[in-house]
Design a protein around this ligand. Structure first.
Ligand SMILES: Nc1ncnc2c1ncn2[C@@H]1O[C@H](COP(=O)(O)OP(=O)(O)O)[C@@H](O)[C@H]1O
Ligand SMILES: [Mg+2]
Length: 203
């Protein structure tokens, strides 16, 4: 399958000079435009990779998540490539910092950041209990550690010490409490969060 990359001109009306690839997650190829905006294009894993329904669902998940957690300002955009094939694109404010999984314990459990961590985990707990599903608070790629919030690649710790959820879109089988798999998985995730809350602050 050819690698999908954005070129100037693919993005109608968006100035893409100076764009570079920031990183490549499991589902998205993430580009930076003008140093401030990230552009996420879903990678092609199959013929049905970008139906409009996916974009609508993803927007709902962003909106629901933003009511409880910090989620960067995000625009869901449907546009055409030069060859007229439709493409779904997510534009998002670029944050500066590291993935939660990359922050060492001695920083994460220090007081100001620890307080932010506690707030975030409580908000996730509240979300899971009252809304009935969780946004993807873990993130890919599929790996050992996906049961453990501490290893999250979707929670992002900024240089100012705020924790943001950068990629809420959830696979409903896993993150919904309406089926047995989802119920078990969300419980394990919430349990791993509570375990983090019990860790003593580092002083
Ligand atoms: N808003 C953002 N600000 C800064 N970096 C980001 C942002 N969104 C994504 N990234 C970077 O791109 C990577 C992949 O993004 P993500 O949206 O999680 O896609 P995937 O679904 O492929 O994991 C992240 O791990 C992170 O390093
Ligand atoms: Mg991710």
């Amino acid at each position: 399958m050819p690698k999908q990359t954005l070129t100037r001109g693919d993005l109608v009306g968006l100035r893409a000079e100076g764009q570079f690839v920031l990183g490549s997650g499991f589902f998205n190829e993430v580009h930076v435009v003008e140093d401030e905006v990230v552009v996420k294009v879903a990678k092609p894993y199959g013929p049905l990779q970008q139906p409009l329904s996916w974009l609508r669902q993803n927007r709902k998940e962003h909106e629901a998540s933003a009511r409880h957690l910090r989620v960067p300002a995000t625009y869901h955009v449907r546009m055409n490539r030069r060859d007229d094939r439709p493409v779904s694109v997510i534009l998002q404010t670029r944050l500066r910092g590291r993935l939660l999984s990359q922050v060492p314990d001695n920083e994460l459990y220090q007081p100001p950041l620890r307080a932010e961590l506690v707030r975030t985990i409580r908000a996730i707990e509240h979300f899971g209990r009252h809304i009935g599903w969780l946004p993807d608070v873990i993130g890919g790629p599929p790996r050992w550690g996906m049961h453990d919030l501490r290893r999250s690649n979707n929670l992002f710790v900024t240089d100012e010490g705020q924790i943001w959820l950068i990629d809420p879109g959830a696979l409903f089988l896993w993150f919904s409490r309406r089926n047995p798999i989802g119920m078990i998985y969300t419980s394990v995730l919430l349990w791993s969060g509570r375990r983090m809350l019990r860790r003593k602050p580092v002083r």
